[in-house]
Every structure is written in structure tokens, then in C-alpha cells.
Design a binder for this molecule. Structure first.
Ligand code: LLP
Length: 419
């Protein structure tokens, strides 16, 4: 087991997390389990066995270079949403042929980079198509493209993480498809090799993947009839994980079972999981600064905050919270909050927990996806370090940000205008 409690202490694989917290200076920090990461990839690999398929890990969920190298070694490709993610994926050793570049607002320079390296690019809109065509002409290089379809499917998730509904900013509506196909016939450097869709994130009802596969399968057949040689169907990411620890969350196998029989033949399926690969492989480890009471409300104040993990503040997301060591105070209902000057700064609300002592270690589980990746230095709390456990070895895989990092960026003031 990756993260588990033994004798009232949290362990990550063979490491007692309290020992690690005492050994390192930084707090809070992110902690990852290599075994969990491998198990999560294996769940996809096993589910996809026998199918022509590719796991295209969504780098945005967690772009730590060491983790990316591991994922590449485990056979994943990379789904990217910026030129810098592309550069990072190259650094991690991903082959450009195993990358897909997504996004509703790709910049010209980013497209030039993608074309230069031969990365497959998703077309998201009319202007995006024109920009990609221009980048291909500038480089005098053909580029493989996918068309991102807005499937108008409503998953039952927070509106901020639903992306495939009719009024969302991503992709093109199916009724515009004829226009895109006509335009592509006149763009000799753009080779349409497949369709793409992404419904949203934290999805627990695999029926919506079934609906998407049916729709995308029909569209693929229709586009093929127009003479396009489609070879890929990219159904995006979005599989939820068991944040609530309530059980019953669908697995990659459930996802694939929902798709089976719905996919046209002779196609390579691409899936773009992020959260279900890294989410439960990471935790945020904090220290309690103090405990306070305002009227009827009780607060645990930790050094972790919305700057370290913004998901609770931004989406009202639930993350399971506990202690990494024995804590014996009276059990109360607490809000777990950070030191940031915002009432939106909380990690958990109304949690029944024993009253901790100062300096006690506190863990926020399932923080491996969109945790560090969305962290900030708001209030000048410095971004945290990251550590990776593999068996009984711990490696620092990112140093904490320092005040000097921030001061450096502020130092060279230069007059821009008048010229
Ligand atoms: N593919 C595309 C085109 C995407 O837009 C996304 C995520 C993924 C794949 C990966 O989705 P996943 O398997 O991780 O759900 N910050 C939010 C999540 C935003 C996800 C946006 N797109 C959160 O913390 O929940």
C-alpha cells in the first residue's frame, strides 16, 4: 500500500512520514508514492490490453520532471496545453510522435514549436485552424491534426471542470464539422488523422463516456466517408477518483468496458488521464500552527493553504484530511484553514477530528493532481518542495521556492517607453 496508517502513524510505502517531516526543513511539502503511480498506470495498461491504444498523460495535472520521466518509462505519451509543457515533455524524453497539443488559445509561437517538432495538434476553432495552417506554411512542414469536437454532453461535475457542454469554450460543435472538413481539404499541409473530445473532469458516471464514444464513433465514420484517413480517436481524460473515500468510484477497466463495442475498427484509441494517474499518488503534508475558536467555530490553522492547494477554495473540492501521528485531544468539528489573508483559504470544512497539538503533522490526501500544479506564491508563501518515496528511499524531486527566486524576478527594472 502506498499511503497507509500503521500504529497511528502515516506511512508512505516504507517511510514513516513523521520521520521525513522531522528530517526536512520545509513545510508544507508534497509527497508522492512511486508504487501508487506505477499501479495507476498499470490499471490503464491492463484495461487497454489487446486494444490499439495510447495513454497520453495530461501533463497539466502534475508536471514534475521526475514523475514525467517515470510515466514516460512506463509507456505513457503526453497531452500538452502550452509550449512550455511541450518543452518539459521533451526534457522528460517523450517522443514528439507520442504528444498531443491541446488548447483553445494556442499562441503562434507555441504552434510553431509544435510544428517544428512534429507534434500532433488539436484544432479547437476556426481561428486555431488558420493559425496552425500558417505555422505549417511558415515551416513548410505538414502537421497531423485532430479536430476537437464539443460533444454537448453534460457530466455531473462542478461547472468549472465541465468542458464538453454546448456553451463551453472548448472545441467545435458537430454542425460546424462540414465547414472544417471543406477548409481542411484546401489545407494541404494539415493532415486530419482523428477526432478528439474531452467531457470534463472528476467524472464518476461512465455512461457519459459511453455516450461520447457512440457519438464520436458516428462522427468518425461520417468524416471517413468524406475521404479522410482517420487513424485516431481521442476521448480525452476525466475519470474521477475516490476523494471521499466512499468506494464505488469507476476504474479504468469500468471506463474501457463502457467504450467497448462503441469504437469503430482500425482506430487507435487515445485516452488522456491526468487525475486518475497522479491524484492518489500524492499527498500534501503540513504542520499545525495552532488551534483557535471564534464563537461556535473551531479552526485548525496549518502552514498549508489555498496557495499550496487551491482545489477546496476554487471548486469546493473535498480532500480527506487526517494526522500523520498520534493526536489525542478532544474530538471536535473543525475547519482546517491556512494562513492566507482570505476567508476563502481553507483545506477542509466541518471535519470531525481530535484537537491537535502545535507542530502536529497533518495530511491532505489525494493531492497529487492539480495540487502543486495550481499552487501559487500568493501572500508570498513560497511554493513547496516535492519528495518521492520509492520503497524505503526518499528523493527530493523539487526544491522549495526561495525568497531569492522571487526577488530575482523583481530586480532588473528597465524603462520600456518612451523608446
Ligand atoms: N485532456 C484534456 C483536453 C483536458 O482538458 C484535461 C483536463 C485532461 C485531459 C485531464 O483530465 P483529468 O483526467 O485530469 O480529469 N483543475 C481541475 C481540473 C481541470 C482539468 C482540466 N482539463 C481540478 O483540480 O479538479
Amino acid at each position: 500500500m502506498s499511503f497507509h496508517i500503521r500504529d497511528h502513524y502515516l506511512y508512505c510505502e516504507g517511510i514513516k512520514v513523521k520521520d521525513l517531516q522531522n528530517a526536512v526543513q520545509d513545510s508544507p511539502f508534497y509527497l508522492y508514492s512511486a508504487a501508487q503511480l506505477r499501479a495507476n498506470v498499470a490499471a490503464y495498461t491492463d484495461a487497454l490490453a489487446g486494444l490499439p491504444a495510447r495513454i497520453s498523460y495530461a501533463v497539466k495535472a502534475n508536471g514534475n520532471l521526475t514523475l514525467l520521466k517515470m510515466l514516460r518509462a512506463l509507456g505513457c505519451g503526453a497531452t500538452l496545453v502550452s509550449g512550455n509543457e511541450l518543452r518539459l515533455a521533451l526534457l522528460a524524453g517523450f517522443a514528439p510522435a507520442d504528444m498531443v497539443f491541446n488548447g483553445n488559445g494556442k499562441r503562434r509561437a507555441e504552434l510553431a514549436l509544435a510544428v517544428q517538432h512534429g507534434v500532433t495538434v488539436n484544432i479547437d476553432s476556426e481561428f486555431d485552424l488558420e493559425h496552425i495552417a500558417q505555422a505549417a506554411r511558415d515551416a513548410d512542414k505538414p502537421v497531423d491534426v485532430l479536430l476537437r469536437i464539443n460533444p454537448d454532453i453534460r457530466p455531473d461535475v462542478h461547472p468549472y471542470v465541465a468542458t464538453g457542454m454546448r456553451d463551453s469554450k472548448f472545441g467545435i460543435r458537430a454542425e460546424r464539422l462540414p465547414w472544417f472538413l471543406e477548409r481542411l481539404k484546401r489545407a494541404p499541409l494539415l493532415r486530419l488523422v482523428g477526432l478528439h473530445c474531452h467531457l470534463g473532469s472528476t467524472i464518476k458516471d461512465v455512461q457519459v463516456f459511453h455516450d461520447a464514444a457512440a457519438l464520436m464513433g458516428d462522427l468518425t465514420n461520417a468524416v471517413r466517408q468524406q475521404g479522410f484517413d482517420l487513424r485516431y480517436l481521442n476521448l480525452g481524460g476525466g475519470l474521477g477518483i475516490d476523494y471521499e473515500r466512499a468506494g464505488g468510484t469507476p476504474t479504468p477497466r469500468d471506463l474501457l468496458d463502457a467504450l467497448r463495442g462503441r469504437l469503430p475498427g482500425d482506430l487507435t484509441l487515445i485516452v488522456e488521464p491526468g487525475r486518475s494517474i497522479v491524484g492518489n499518488a500524492g499527498a500534501l503534508i503540513c504542520r499545525v500552527i495552532g488551534v483557535k475558536r471564534n464563537g461556535d467555530k473551531h479552526f485548525i490553522v496549518t502552514d498549508g493553504s489555498m496557495a499550496t492547494l487551491i482545489r477546496p477554495s476554487l471548486y469546493g473540492a473535498y480532500h480527506h484530511i487526517g494526522f500523520i501521528e498520534p493526536v489525542n485531544g478532544e474530538t471536535r468539528v473543525f475547519d482546517i484553514v491556512g494562513p492566507v489573508c482570505e476567508s476563502a483559504d481553507f483545506l477542509g470544512k466541518a471535519r470531525s477530528l481530535p484537537t491537535p497539538h502545535e507542530e502536529a503533522g497533518l495530511v491532505v490526501y489525494d493531492a497529487g493532481a492539480y495540487g502543486y500544479a495550481m499552487s501559487s506564491s500568493y501572500n508570498l508563501h513560497l511554493r513547496p518542495a516535492e519528495y518521492l518515496v520509492d520503497g524505503d528511499q526518499v528523493t527530493q524531486i523539487r526544491r522549495a521556492e526561495t525568497f531569492d527566486d522571487i526577488a530575482l524576478a523583481l530586480s532588473p527594472l528597465s524603462v520600456i517607453m518612451p523608446l
